[in-house]
Design a binder for this molecule. Structure first.
Ligand SMILES: [Zn+2]
Ligand SMILES: [Zn+2]
Ligand SMILES: [Zn+2]
Length: 262
């Protein structure tokens, strides 16, 4: 029997503007290194032949083409900022193929916001071909999905809130500027942490690189991927400055961890 694994693909490692930033000609935005080319922040996690999307980023269609995603079995939303939800319409293609609604999980307030932003999706009188079919599930604690437990991690995101998600020993924690006291216990014993680390300078709504590294150190995580990166980060140039166990995420990067109960 082969060991069950959880596979995470970084679909997008960039901040809300993406990198290159429109109109910017800095060294990173002009770089030919593909690791400096960052689409909007999103990830795909896979286990037991199921593909679960974390957020539908603005660049979702491009990301799905690049990674060969031909199936989406569920979507977990972190929060409703534009860069994390605006690719939602491209779920339409997948629901047209299967005829099945995709189960979507998010905080109640995020689902309300998505329904407000994309009211056409939930207009039952419109033809299904013009809107993705989604089945909304508000989350307020751990839930089962395709045989695994998914644990939402409440986070502070500036003046708002966000949800990280944990499956097995992997946690995906964006967008966040602080981790509430009660969420630290949900992040113990991780093997891989993917965490918001916007840039070197501090920001009111995101961890800086040093703050994210400090969180990883406190949690004693062996491997940390820093994501949601701006054009301040030159992947090849700045990678050597990171402590052991920390790395800058890049689009298309894949990490795996063993899954319990395999
Ligand atoms: Zn964001
Ligand atoms: Zn730039
Ligand atoms: Zn955000």
């Amino acid at each position: 029997m082969t060991e069950a694994v959880l596979k995470l693909t970084i679909l997008g490692s960039g901040t809300s503007t993406g990198v290159p930033v429109l109109g910017c000609h800095c060294a990173v935005c002009s770089s030919t290194d593909p690791r400096n080319n960052r689409t909007r922040c999103s990830a795909l996690i896979e286990w037991s032949d199921h593909k679960v999307l974390i957020d539908t980023a603005t660049d979702f269609r491009h990301q799905a083409l690049r990674q060969g995603i031909e199936q989406v079995d569920s979507v977990l939303y972190t929060h409703a900022h534009a860069d994390h939800v605006h690719g939602i319409d491209d779920l339409r293609t997948f629901t047209l193929t299967t005829g099945q609604a995709i189960p979507v999980f998010a905080a109640r307030s995020v689902l309300d916001r998505v329904q407000g932003l994309f009211s056409y999706i939930f207009c039952e009188t419109d033809a299904p071909g013009y809107r993705p079919r989604l089945q909304l599930n508000p989350v307020d604690g751990p839930f089962g999905l395709f045989g695994q437990q998914v644990t939402p991690i409440p986070l502070v995101h500036g003046f708002g809130e966000s949800l990280g998600y944990r499956v097995g020993s992997l946690a995906y924690v964006v967008d966040c500027s602080a981790i509430p006291e009660s969420s630290w216990k949900l992040l113990q014993g991780l093997e891989v942490l993917v965490i918001d680390a916007l840039r070197f300078r501090e920001h009111q709504a995101h961890f800086s690189i040093s703050e994210a590294i400090e969180v990883a150190g406190q949690l004693q995580v062996p491997r940390t991927l820093l994501t949601h990166l701006t054009h301040d980060i030159d992947h090849p140039r700045h990678s050597s400055d990171l402590p052991e166990g920390a790395e800058f995420a890049y689009d298309g990067q894949v990490v795996t961890v063993p899954l319990p109960g395999g």
